[in-house]
Design a protein around this ligand. Structure first.
Ligand SMILES: [Zn+2]
Length: 135
């Protein structure tokens, strides 16, 4: 999820854990932004479930020409991370040299400053770093 600096200070990191939406029909988990329909079966009964925050990088791209909110961060890696709970999560992968980013790398979620809003406000969200436990 992405939150403003004010929400960040109000909620605190424990309330900002990565979560997904578990389907009561098939048990599958959809990404957190999907509130209404299971990605796997279409069921509309979803409940929030915390994710462990670990996964495997299954694809990635390097962004050299970012959208306005992300200017100044380029070049940066946006990965497709298959979480251990079997949900695909697109997110930046940080703290690793571009040439060291590889498909198959084990990564874990961390809360970081994500972008600047149009009013200069700062937003926080999950990014991923190489999992030190697996490196
Ligand atoms: Zn389902």
């Amino acid at each position: 999820m992405t939150v403003s600096a004010i929400e960040f200070s109000r909620l605190g990191p424990p309330k900002l854990r990565l979560y997904g939406m578990r389907c009561s029909g098939c048990g599958g988990i959809s990404p957190w932004w999907e509130k209404f329909h299971c990605y796997k079966c279409g069921n509309d009964k979803l409940t929030e479930v915390f994710l462990d925050g670990r996964g495997t990088l299954t694809n990635y791209t390097v962004v050299y020409y970012p959208p306005r909110d992300f200017l100044g961060q380029e070049p940066y890696v946006v990965g497709h991370i298959t979480m251990d709970e079997d949900v695909l999560m697109p997110a930046p992968v940080v703290d690793t040299a571009l040439e060291d980013v590889q498909v198959g790398t084990r990564v874990k979620a961390t809360l970081r400053r994500m972008k600047l809003g149009h009013e200069g406000d700062i937003y926080y969200s999950q990014k991923f770093v190489v999992d030190p436990a697996a490196a």
